[in-house]
Design a protein around this ligand. Structure first.
Ligand code: GDP
Length: 480
């Protein structure tokens, strides 16, 4: 999750409001003080913070004047709603970005200073659209930085995305034009043009951008900004806007940058929509941004809309697998092998078995690492469960794979009952020799194997309860 610290502090402020026995002006002020301190720490501009504070107060006051003042629960939800709405307002430029359409070329030109993550983001974007059925490609028009084309070539090859560039042509405008013409002819849907960045905002850079833009006529120009600059993002985006008008912004390096809140709100103040957040160095570390779901996730309220979109994406990517998993869920027949497959999917950051994964999000284990991205979309999950580094999560998952590696085929295809000693009444009374053997074979402990089996059983149990089409969703809702 991005901005974990800010989310935690905002949550803490709203929770202390919930705990207050009486909600009066003093309590409201204390809550607002905590919220504004958290926002300032995230480098949100002091004027924006002051305005948020004022608006929340005014809204609450106006609403209270016309409502039942005696009810504290009324006041609490009024305050919470006002805070939520104003936080959304803080990151919402109020403008809809361009949306690529299938069956036509959509040229996206990326601009930004060197080191902001432009080249990485271009590949991430191509992968994002490719996964959603758009035929995507990259044109490397960065002739300024030595090795830029090599970087594109390597990352595009890794991502299995088509690319175009040149080792000999020195004019970026020529390369950009040639690449776009070629890919348009080849009927690509999304053509991403990566331009060169400079260390600072030099006039040549702006000129070059204008020339490339005139040559390729982009449907959308995207400014790539680094979150670590915080509220200075406003000045940087204004400087770019004066020369090359851009329609959208991507804020990169949101992972681990406490100043990200400042960058996002500063950008919103320039009335340009943020379309994505870069949240890591890997190809899939790109989160779609939209104001309301973003604040909802930040406050631990989930993002049902994002979750549903994610589900639809996955269903189109791998319909057979989806059907197979849905059938297994329906029949309540999820073997240890199926479960292991799910762990591997999480490790590969491929979440193609989402229904099963969602059911398992109740477990702390799954809420670490990459899966926290999905978990954070689910309403009602406590934020502290989402904490923890990807390394910890990966390590835990690796150990689980080692454990299942030491199981026989019969054990893997079972429902885990082979590992349980049962009494006369059929109820489990202990563990069989198999557990000790698996622990020894995998270099883990009996306790770890036991834990794994316990988690598997909980997961299988939920799968059973969830049975039926969309049953997983009902099960998930029951969990809240
Ligand atoms: P460019 O000069 O703007 O094209 O920047 P690059 O794409 O070469 O990226 C510069 C550095 O930032 C590289 O080390 C990237 O791996 C890293 N980077 C890019 N985006 C992100 C992100 O969202 N998070 C993190 N942590 N690193 C990123």
């Amino acid at each position: 999750m991005v901005l974990t610290d800010l989310g935690r502090k905002l949550n803490a402020a709203l929770s202390s409001l919930n705990r207050a026995p009486v909600v009066d002006e003093k309590v409201l002020d204390a809550t607002l003080k905590e919220i504004t301190a958290a926002l300032l720490e995230s480098d949100v501009n002091v004027k924006l913070v002051a305005s948020l504070r004022q608006k929340v107060k005014a809204k609450v006051k106006a609403a209270l004047d016309g409502s039942d003042k005696s009810k504290d629960s009324n006041r609490k939800s009024l305050i919470q709603k006002a805070v939520f709405d104003e936080l959304v307002h803080l990151v919402d430029p109020g403008i809809e970005p361009y949306k690529p359409k299938k069956g036509q070329p959509n040229v996206i030109m990326a601009v930004g200073l060197q080191g902001n993550g432009k080249t990485t983001t271009c590949t991430k974007l191509a992968v994002y659209y490719q996964k959603r059925g758009f035929k995507s490609c990259i044109v490397c028009a960065d002739t300024f930085r030595a090795g830029a084309f090599d970087q594109t070539r390597q990352s595009a090859t890794k991502a299995k995305v088509a690319y175009f560039g040149s080792y000999t042509e020195t004019d970026p405008v020529v390369i950009a034009a040639q690449g776009v013409v070629k890919f348009k002819k080849e009927r690509f849907d999304v053509i991403i043009v990566d331009t060169s960045g400079r260390h600072k905002q030099e006039s040549e850079l702006f000129q070059e951008m204008v020339q490339i833009s005139a040559a390729v006529k982009p449907n959308m120009t995207v400014l790539v900004l680094d979150a670590s600059i915080g509220q200075a993002a406003e000045a940087q985006s204004r400087a770019f806007k004066e020369s090359a008008d851009f329609g959208a912004i991507i804020v990169t390096k949101m992972d681990g940058h406490a100043k990200g809140g400042g960058a996002i709100s500063a950008v919103a103040a320039t009335k340009t929509p943020i379309i994505f957040l870069g949240v890591g160095e890997h190809l899939y570390d790109l989160d779609r941004f939209s104001p309301q779901p973003f604040i909802s996730k930040l406050l631990g309220l989930g993002d049902m809309q994002g979750l549903m979109e994610h589900m639809q994406d996955l269903a189109t990517q791998n319909p057979d697998k989806q059907k197979e998993m849905a059938k297994k869920l329906e029949e309540g027949k999820l073997s240890i092998r199926d479960w292991r497959e799910q762990i591997q999917n999480v490790m590969n950051m491929s979440v193609s078995d989402l229904p099963g994964l969602l059911i398992s999000t109740k477990f702390r284990f799954f809420l670490r690492g990459p899966i926290s991205k999905i978990a954070s979309m689910i309403p009602g999950l406590p934020q502290e469960l989402l904490a923890g580094s990807d390394e910890e999560g990966s390590l835990r998952m690796k150990r689980m794979i080692y454990i299942t590696d030491s199981m026989s085929a019969k054990e893997l295809d079972s429902d885990g009952s082979l590992f349980l000693e049962t009494g006369k009444d059929g109820k489990p009374v202990g563990l069989t020799w198999r557990v000790t053997r698996v622990a020894k074979g995998s270099g883990t402990s009996v306790r770890e194997v036991e834990e794994l089996l316990c988690q598997y059983r909980m997961m299988a149990q939920m799968a059973k309860q969830a049975g039926g089409k969309n049953g997983w969703l009902q099960a998930m809702q029951k969990m809240q």
